[in-house]
Design a protein. Structure first.
Length: 378
């Protein structure tokens, strides 16, 4: 239990069955209905001082931050798994369902809207989960405090899982809406991942505030540094979208810098929007890194190996293009609309807009390739 104490928020171990501790009825929920959820009430509950976690009062929020790296990563994995479970129902279904004289799986209007983009978003989320988990495994010294990374992983994968599960209902048409075909259950079960362990909006705020601090501390270089890493990768392998990811990160760095000079984060919507853009840029960069490692045969043995290096490279190229396009369009809408024209023009000039537009070349071809991978047509 996290409780307010005179010294600040503190965690206590409260055993089941102590006098004054009770719980409400099981809630009748939208999803995860096999998991019992109920309110917990405390009335004059007494606990001994040795039940205070860590023995020092007022450490509750710091202790909570320490575990968020793990717990948010866990919820991220729920979102990822549910999204894939839904797509893995839609993929075989569309091989068998004949419409307009051919299986749905052969129709770009179907696969490139309902299947491929969701697979790419999920794999960006997975790459981020794996990268963060690997860092936690290696972080013997800092107690695994990966709060921001946990937030990014959760945000990307829970949003992607929900989109994928919703698309799977659409992909099954009328059957998708019935209970028998399961995808409506996945959609209901995925929904909680955008709410508990911190809502998506709270994730946007956390991501934005935390990375904002890095932007300030590095005098605006945090994402330029990450872009340099991408440029280095691009020098070694120009097939994994690293060049596009670099433009994306540089555009993000300039967006943050304009937000700083124009004091735009006083608008909460801008602060949250930056969190969304940061997550997508970092997610794409993470998938690019995974594709690079896969090509070198250097993936962690714990990494998921459903997709080979070529498939990961195509997905990374798509993710990098999507993230880059998102950043320049959202930045010009939200930042551009709030600043003087000269500042907007300056931001546009520094955002690699023509390069990002040109980097979209080959997008449809890559989506065709990923569809072939998913439908095992290669
Ligand atoms: C099935 C289930 C299991 C749960 N299990 C646990 C558990 O084991 N332990 C536990 O402690 N809790 C648990 N919870 C609680 C859960 O973590 C919270 O419901 C969740 O964090 C959202 O908080 P809230 O319900 O108070 O919503 P609110 O904070 O009221 O949020 C409502 C809406 O407002 C937005 N919002 C909130 N604050 C801001 C802000 N500052 N600026 C802008 N928008 C904002 C939110 O994003 C959301 O969209 C569980 C909830 C459910 C449904």
């Amino acid at each position: 239990m996290l409780a307010k104490t005179p010294g600040g928020p503190s965690w206590f171990v409260v055993e089941k069955g102590v006098p004054g501790l009770s719980h409400g009825k099981p809630e009748d929920k939208h999803g995860i209905r096999a998991s019992n959820t109920s309110t917990v009430s405390l009335e004059d509950v007494y606990v001994d001082a040795d039940r205070l976690l860590g023995g020092v009062e007022g450490q509750g929020l710091i202790q909570a931050q320490l575990v968020f790296g793990y717990t948010r990563l866990m919820v991220a994995a729920f979102g990822l798994g549910t999204g894939w479970a839904a797509l893995d129902r839609a993929i075989p279904y569309s091989k068998d369902r004949i419409q307009g004289g051919a299986p749905l799986s052969e129709k770009q209007g179907y696969t490139h809207k309902l299947i491929v983009p969701n697979a790419v978003l999920l794999e960006a989320g997975r790459a981020y989960i794996e990268e963060t988990a690997e860092r936690i495994d290696g972080d013997a010294n800092d107690g695994g405090n990966r709060n921001t990374e946990g937030a990014i992983a959760k945000y990307l994968s829970s949003e992607a899982g929900n989109l994928a599960a919703d698309a799977a209902i659409q992909a099954l048409g009328g059957y998708g809406f019935t209970r028998e075909y399961m995808v409506e259950k996945y959609k209901r079960d995925a929904r909680i991942t955008r709410i508990y362990e911190g809502t998506s909006e709270i994730m946007e705020m956390t991501i934005s505030r935390d990375r904002w601090q890095f932007h300030l501390k590095t005098h605006g270089q945090f994402y330029h540094d990450m872009a340099r890493q991408m440029e280095e990768l691009h020098g070694k392998n120009n097939q994994i979208g690293a060049g596009t990811a670099a433009y994306c990160l540089r555009a993000l760095a300039e967006t943050l810098e304009t937000a700083r000079t124009q004091r735009l984060t006083r608008h909460q919507h801008i602060l949250f929007k930056l969190g969304e853009l940061i997550a997508h840029a970092e997610g794409a960069a993470s998938l690019v890194k995974k594709a690079a490692r896969s090509k070198e045969g250097a993936l962690s043995p714990k990494a998921y190996d459903r997709f080979n290096a070529d498939a990961l490279a195509a997905m990374a190229r798509i993710a990098a293009r999507d993230a880059a396009a998102k950043i320049i369009s959202e930045s010009s809408r939200w930042i551009g609309s709030l600043v003087p024209e000269t500042v907007a023009a300056e931001l546009e000039k520094k955002s690699f807009i023509p390069q990002i537009h040109r980097a979209q070349a080959g997008l449809l071809e890559d989506m065709d390739y990923v569809a072939d991978v998913l439908y095992e047509r290669l």
